[in-house]
Design a protein around this ligand. Structure first.
Ligand SMILES: [Mg+2]
Length: 374
């Protein structure tokens, strides 16, 4: 494939990387110098839909005017409850879920930001509540449980801090899993065996070759956005994020143009829109859905007759995992959202409080079941 023909701007608004043949190329071959300090041409980001996606990527903070409108009208509740006819609450569907789990092993997959922790202005302060921490610890005691986050593996592990979980960072591009199983079909991509918490673990890093490129892009993005108040760039090892939650909306076109201009020189990287964050990631055929399949296989839990996977997430990148579960008729994708939106999930939860309630319900159900059997 002639990489020079890849029109990066045409795929930036699609959260699913389209190129499926690039694994194996060496990153250094495609490293480019960056033209810095270019005057911004805002036409690019307006015409390719970036600005529209940025404005719709996250519900706005409510202003006093918004709150007044809320009091004046219950329309938004009516719309939400209508939407729930298509995506029923996982809480009210709980008995249906556990009935389907009869004689099956439930496996839990959890996104982090917006699912276990509230979305906050400073991503470094997105902590779980003590109660949520207990709920996650509780489910991990009874069910295989994995966190799949866009954050770096190290960062999400630091934030969650539970050794009994499995972790996949960088949208599933950095997975740590037990070393005992060598029968999985992805063996050629397993990069190394490490020790963590005294246990032998394997690391699966299908985008390892991109690390130098991501480092370079990260440094450039820091440089080109340094004069935009509120802009914050993070390096997640296999992807980079440009947060604009704290940037005045009038400067969003400037943020978009800066990122756009940098990415023009990197045809092997693509962009996805998160909740007030632009995420730059390798253009490879790997996503959270693939990470779910990989983890199920690596844990010896890929038999669909014996296993009921449940994936809870709030972001566009979680849709890849919802899609895998829906298309395989393999359990439940649960979208966390307080506003109606189209999804591949089957069920919904309104916010992190409902996520916690759902996790606690699973724990109570499992403990009651165990007591009944004894
Ligand atoms: Mg999230």
């Amino acid at each position: 494939m002639d990489l020079s023909l890849v029109d990066a701007s045409s795929v930036f608004t699609d959260c699913t990387p389209t190129n499926q043949t690039l694994l194996g190329f060496h990153a250094s071959v495609f490293s480019h110098s960056i033209s810095k300090n270019k005057p911004a041409k805002l036409d690019d980001v307006r015409s390719n839909g970036w600005l529209d996606a940025m404005q719709s990527s996250s519900p706005r903070k409510k202003t006093l005017k918004d709150i007044a409108i809320d009091f004046a009208s219950d329309d938004s509740d009516i719309v939400y409850y209508s939407w729930m006819l298509k995506y029923p609450s996982a809480l009210s569907s709980f008995h249906h879920i556990v009935n389907r789990a009869h004689k099956k092993m439930i496996v839990i997959f959890l996104d982090y930001d917006g699912t276990l922790s509230p979305i906050v202005d400073d991503p470094n302060r997105a902590f779980m509540s003590i109660d949520m921490h207990s709920a996650v610890k509780g489910v991990a005691k009874h069910f295989p449980t994995a966190i799949i986050s866009g954050r770096s593996l190290d960062k999400v592990y630091e934030l969650v801090g539970l050794t009994e979980l499995f972790y996949a960072g960088s949208h599933g591009m950095d997975i740590i899993f037990p070393a005992k199983d060598t029968s999985i079909s992805y063996t050629s991509y397993i990069q190394s065996t490490n020790k963590q918490q005294g246990k032998e673990v394997n690391l699966f890093q299908p985008a390892k070759e991109f690390i130098p490129m991501i480092n370079e892009v990260f440094r450039t993005l820091v440089e080109v956005t340094k004069d935009i108040p509120g802009a914050f760039v993070e390096n997640h090892k296999f992807c980079a994020s440009v947060h604009y939650r704290n940037v005045e909306e009038k400067s969003w076109p400037m943020i978009a143009q800066c990122v756009h201009d940098v990415l023009k020189d990197y045809p092997r990287l693509t962009l996805t829109h998160g909740r007030k964050v632009l995420e730059i990631r390798p253009l490879i055929d790997w996503d959270k859905g693939k990470a779910v399949e990989f983890l199920l296989e690596s844990l010896g839990l890929s038999n669909t007759n014996d296993v009921l996977p449940i994936y809870i997430g709030d972001d566009r990148t979680d849709e890849d995992a919802f899609k895998v579960l829906r298309e395989g008729n393999r359990g439940y994708g649960i979208l966390v959202s307080s506003v109606p939106k189209e999804s591949k999930a089957f069920l919904s939860l309104r916010d992190t409080l409902e996520v916690k309630e759902f996790l606690n319900s699973l724990v109570i159900w499992k403990e009651q079941l165990s007591n009944t059997i004894i």
